[in-house]
Design a protein around this ligand. Structure first.
Ligand code: AMP
Length: 403
């Protein structure tokens, strides 16, 4: 399905409501990482350059009490946006009511305003969580502020909220256009289309702590992938299913039968570690060794070993599409980071392949290595990217009009 994109719209003189994902790490008003603000710039700049007015809506964190409001105001985010955009940005300390309506009415072409955190609507009202439970009246109110609606918030695309689905529904009911922003377009192109119709060989790399978190992705991608490389804590339940001893490694007993079933069904499509770095404790200082076969009872696997790295690289070398989600080991500890870093390097070295990274830890590893510019697409959405890879329909994408 081809979605309407902001570049299909005539934004001149129009009030364009944009749902951005400004859910940045913030403490005491200090933004830890402004990646998500920077990622929203192409859409905002497009509206400015084409004579539209940008009204930005975003959530930030979770609001459970008034105390949270102080920490989770979007004021510092609006300030940072002004710095990176290099032009004035007006922050409105509300997202409903007379102050909002006046600020919108006063806008001139090229102006940008940021409304207060949409999740402030989650407390202090009869409906309950108006934003997070998608109060249709709230969506309709926000929709009334604009002529066009653009959803650029991939990070919340797996949510059915007033600021995405609610607004989109009300806009469409009013005969107004609903489009994807440029960031959303990129996420759909790579996590959606490239994975649904991959250029082969297509290799999926999965890691991270738990099998249970990735089952949906494994099931969806087994039929599409030529190979699925499995590392990280989740690999040990699969190794146990093959009859290996895994010592004190991470293990999900209730997933053992499923792991056996998947191994039987997927055959040698599933590629498991052939050696591991095993340690006596979950600590960087713990004594550790390369273990080629069974892991001793008093040790746990914390990274894939050198032979596994070689095997994984061998599989990767001819790949034309690669999706990577989850670290190959407890990579926060330098002694157990090599597998994750080597997989990152292998991706960066691929020529002529589409490489896609989803998930916070693999993204962090790519940044640590400085290889991010060599990766085709690094997803901005954690939960949303996993659900998309599971093949689910995301409400925040489904609500965008088709072309
Ligand atoms: P996830 O959020 O599921 O992607 O899991 C990421 C976490 O899994 C990271 O914090 C890693 O430290 C952890 N992890 C990866 N491999 C292992 C392992 N072999 N043993 C314990 N933890 C691991």
């Amino acid at each position: 399905m081809t979605k309407l994109i902001i570049s299909d719209l005539d934004v001149k003189d129009k009030k364009v409501l944009v749902r951005v994902d400004f859910n940045v790490p913030i403490k005491g008003g200090v933004i830890g990482d402004d990646n998500r603000i920077v990622a929203a710039l192409p859409t905002i700049q497009y509206i400015i350059d084409n004579g539209g007015k940008a009204i930005l809506l975003s959530h930030l964190g979770r609001i459970k009490s008034d105390a949270d409001k102080k920490e989770l105001t979007l004021a510092p985010v609006a300030k940072r946006l002004g710095e990176v955009l290099k032009r004035p940005v007006t922050f409105v300390p509300a997202n409903e009511g007379a102050a909002v309506e006046k600020a919108v009415a006063d806008m001139k072409d090229g102006d940008v305003i940021v409304l207060e955190n949409t999740r402030f609507q989650d407390i202090d009202n009869d409906f309950g969580k108006r934003e997070s439970k998608n109060d249709p009246k709230l969506g309709a109110y926000w929709a009334s502020l604009g002529d066009l609606y653009v959803n650029d918030a991939f990070g919340t695309a797996h949510r059915n909220h007033a600021s995405n689905v609610g607004i989109a529904t009300a806009m469409k009911a009013a005969g107004k256009q609903v489009a994807a922003g440029f960031l959303m377009e990129k996420e759909i192109k790579f996590l959606g289309n490239a994975v649904a119709n991959p250029v082969h060989p297509f290799v999926t790399i999965l890691g991270g702590a738990k099998v249970s978190d990735k089952i949906g992705v494994i099931m969806n991608l087994i039929p599409k992938s030529d190979h699925i490389l499995i590392g990280g804590g989740m690999a040990y339940t699969f190794l146990a299913a093959q009859g290996h001893k895994i010592g004190k490694s991470l293990f999900e007993a209730d997933k053992l039968d499923l792991a056996k079933k998947l191994l039987a069904e997927a055959g040698d499509k599933l590629v498991l570690p052939v050696d591991n770095i095993a340690a006596t404790e979950f600590s960087n200082d713990a004594s550790h060794e390369v273990v080629s076969d069974d892991i001793p009872d008093n040790e746990m696997g914390l990274d894939i070993g050198p032979k596994s790295i070689k095997k994984f690289k061998e599989v990767l070398k001819d790949a034309k599409t690669v999706v990577w989600n989850g670290p190959m080991g407890a990579f926060e500890m330098p002694n157990f980071a090599e597998g994750t870093l080597e997989v990152g390097r292998a991706l960066a070295d691929l020529k002529g392949a589409t490489t896609i990274i989803g998930g916070g830890d693999s993204t962090a590893a790519a940044k640590k290595l400085g290889i991010a510019p060599k990766i085709t697409h690094i997803s901005t959405g954690g939960g949303a990217s996993l659900e998309y890879l599971e093949g689910k329909t995301l409400p925040g994408i489904a609500c965008i009009s088709d072309k």
